[in-house]
Design a protein around this ligand. Sequence first.
Ligand SMILES: Nc1ncnc2c1ncn2[C@@H]1O[C@H](COP(=O)(O)OP(=O)(O)OP(=O)(O)O)[C@@H](O)[C@H]1O
Ligand SMILES: [Mg+2]
Length: 390
Amino acid sequence: MSTKVKVEHVTKIFGRHPRSVLDKVREGVSKEEILAETGHTVGVYDANFEVEEGEIFVIMGLSGSGKSTLIRCLNLLNRPTEGAILIDGENIVDYNKEQLRELRQNKIAMVFQHFGIITHRSVLGNVEYGLEIKGVPREERQEIARKYIETVGLAGYEDQMPDQLSGGMKQRVGLARALANNPDILLMDEPFSALDPLIRREMHTELLEIQSQLKKTIIFITHDINEAFKIGDRVAVMKDGHIQQIGTPEEILESPANDYIEEFIQDIDRSRVLQAKNVMIKPNILVSLKDGLKLAVKEMERGGISSVFVVDQDRKLQGIVTIDDAIRARQENRTLRDILRKDFETTDPETYLNDLIPKATESTFPIAVVNENNKLIGIVKRVSVLSGLF
Ligand SMILES: Nc1ncnc2c1ncn2[C@@H]1O[C@H](COP(=O)(O)OP(=O)(O)OP(=O)(O)O)[C@@H](O)[C@H]1O
Ligand SMILES: [Mg+2]
């Protein structure tokens, strides 16, 4: 993976002489005081973060905390008062007009909260708009537009006008239009906030699905912590223009940086945020089918465990053996293969803990986490799932 976007010491102050208040901000004078004393508003102060290629990076915070100000710096809709914004290693703050136009047309696209779609153009007309501006011939651009209309689930609606669409559909048009430009980076400023909860959840699933195919670098803004944790690979939490903490959802849940964040995460249902991959342990005690019984018993002793998963030479999961079965089988001259049990539960790494509760209550064994090739990639202890219930 490589760094796609790097934000270094970015500060954005609104007012007549932004730089004149920089010293005050640095000294720690509060946003309110600066506004009262000087009439300047601190939008963002000293933001620092990197976004990896293919990552979904979420910026979360309450209204007025500086989220839009910050994301608009990333395509220079806002020019930072101070700091650097590197995209693919180039500081775009230094770009001339032509370079900036090129950047906005080809590398970076934005999806807005209030859809931002053109009311007198059809769905197709909206989605092809960016390509039209770029001078892509009609037939070619409409073909591309149709492809992305399908990607966002709007096939059949190409000729409808925006006022014939629901809010969720309009948002899909906005997304298709951004995708049609084939940008590396998608900036999404509260794209789903205007949607009702059910449609919103649908859009989350859709976005994650599209992302798994297209692997864009996405910077996504929300004021909803549940949305942030559901979508974000990593989340930055903002307050009064300052980034308070950056981390994966589980890092933030496990060790909130301060009281503010602690309060924020109070109402979070961990079991709906954490997935199997977040709590699984590395299967460092494993037995291979060819290892045999003696080694299986030894491994269980070494790990202080009463059962162990058995894999083949490709790490594909074959079964589980218990210490009792193994000891008995040795006395009876039976083999590891003879006593392999299959009555354990498996899951894929993306399953939420909440959905693992039935498996954890039914089985007495840990849950095996396997990938699409049935390779064992982790183990979820039952207690990791069930402890959340208390
Ligand atoms: N163009 C502007 N001129 C002056 N002040 C601005 C401007 N844009 C934003 N601000 C101020 O900067 C601060 C951050 O605003 P911003 O719009 O970034 O917040 P936000 O986190 O996106 O909030 P919301 O969730 O309501 O969209 C606010 O205090 C706001 O008043
Ligand atoms: Mg905003």
